[in-house]
Write a protein that binds this ligand. Structure first.
Ligand code: D6A
Length: 329
């Protein structure tokens, strides 16, 4: 058994990727943000304050014949950007890309922070991290993928995110035609709940890879590639107009710059992010100053290979073998 779901960039900056998920009977279809960096499936619902839910598609458990309240359960989560949500829990049938989990914990939001209220293109998140990261109390719940894994042809999923095009999340199989190069595998560390791994080195502009390893996480829910300052400086030293912009809280440069590529070694192969993917977006509509897709991870304390990096590859999240696979696209 397998599943295959299309995923689409939310806006012209590829800020988020939106994937439709069917919940309940009859199906209620909600656009969710698939996040390999967290482990809760939570949704805007009939229990979300009307003022907060305005503009969002919501899940109504009372309209689903297969919904059951998970008595006494609650959840509360905070994301890297300090956004947050919390609420209570139902179980219901959840179908992703044609594959159904009959009794999935669906976390219903009774509170959502302002950032979520304003982000009306998504109705919640579907966590694809490890179960240890789930926030439901008194008993942690399994992710949709964890519940599906044993019934899938293979206990793995792949992410094929694209710049301004439709990509896919495939479950239970690897479509190698999505990749141009071989898949390099490296051990994944799920102990903190996310997909941790170590890149063996990096280079700028097609130079030979150095041997400075980079330990970080593969995070579909983070827009940017966030790395140590020495790596970020090594990259932007090659960009004439690059400067740190306090108001933008990041490195910006002239949109006309021909940006160098950024490569990293992983699992014996090399992934090269074309410079074009690192020119993320003008700082404001019509501006000739652009915001960099590579930024510092210094104030986070962890390196994050977010969508800017993932867009250059087909990434295999292999739970069965506790490993990550990266293939050049
Ligand atoms: O926590 C880490 C786990 N993965 C990263 C992540 N962050 C979000 C997120 C999505 C949407 C919003 C909002 F709509 F703008 F509020 C905020 C955060 N989703 O995954 C960071």
């Amino acid at each position: 058994q397998t599943g295959s779901a299309n995923t689409n960039p939310s806006d012209s900056a590829d800020d988020e990727y939106i994937t439709n998920v069917s919940i309940g009977t009859p199906a209620q279809v909600l656009p969710l943000d698939f996040d390999t960096g967290s482990s809760d499936l939570w949704v805007f619902s009939s229990e979300t304050p009307k003022s907060s839910a305005s503009g969002h598609v919501t899940y109504s458990p009372s309209k689903s014949s297969t919904a059951k309240k998970l008595s006494g359960a609650s959840w509360s989560i905070t994301y890297g950007d300090h956004s947050s949500s919390s609420g209570d829990v139902y179980t219901d049938k959840v179908t992703v890309g044609g594959f159904s989990v009959s009794s999935q914990a669906v976390e219903s939001a009774t509170k959502v922070s302002t950032q979520f209220v304003q982000d009306t293109v998504i109705s919640g998140l579907l966590g694809l991290g490890f179960d240890v990261g789930n926030t439901v109390k008194p008993r942690a719940q399994k992710t949709w993928f964890s519940n599906a894994a044993n019934s899938l042809a293979q206990p793995l999923f792949t992410a094929d995110l694209k710049h301004q095009q439709t990509g896919s999340y495939n479950f239970g199989f690897i479509d190698t035609t999505l990749a141009k190069g071989p898949i390099g595998y490296t051990p994944a560390d799920g102990s903190e709940g996310y997909w941790g791994f170590t890149a063996t080195g990096y280079s700028v502009g097609g130079a030979k890879l150095n041997r400075n390893s980079i330990t970080g996480i593969a995070d579909t829910g983070t827009t940017l590639l966030l790395l140590d300052d020495d790596v970020v400086n090594a990259y932007y030293n090659n960009v004439e107009s690059a400067q740190y912009d306090d108001s933008q809280q990041g490195v910006v440069f002239d949109c006309s710059e021909d940006l160098p590529s950024f490569s990293f070694g992983v699992g014996g192969t090399t992934i090269t992010i074309p410079g074009s993917l690192i020119n993320l977006t003008p700082v404001s509509d019509g501006s000739s100053t652009c915001f960099g897709g590579l930024q510092s991870s210094a104030d986070i304390g962890i390196n994050i290979f977010g969508d800017v990096a993932l867009k250059a590859a087909l990434v295999v999240f292999d739970l069965g073998n506790e490993r990550l696979g990266w293939a050049q696209k």
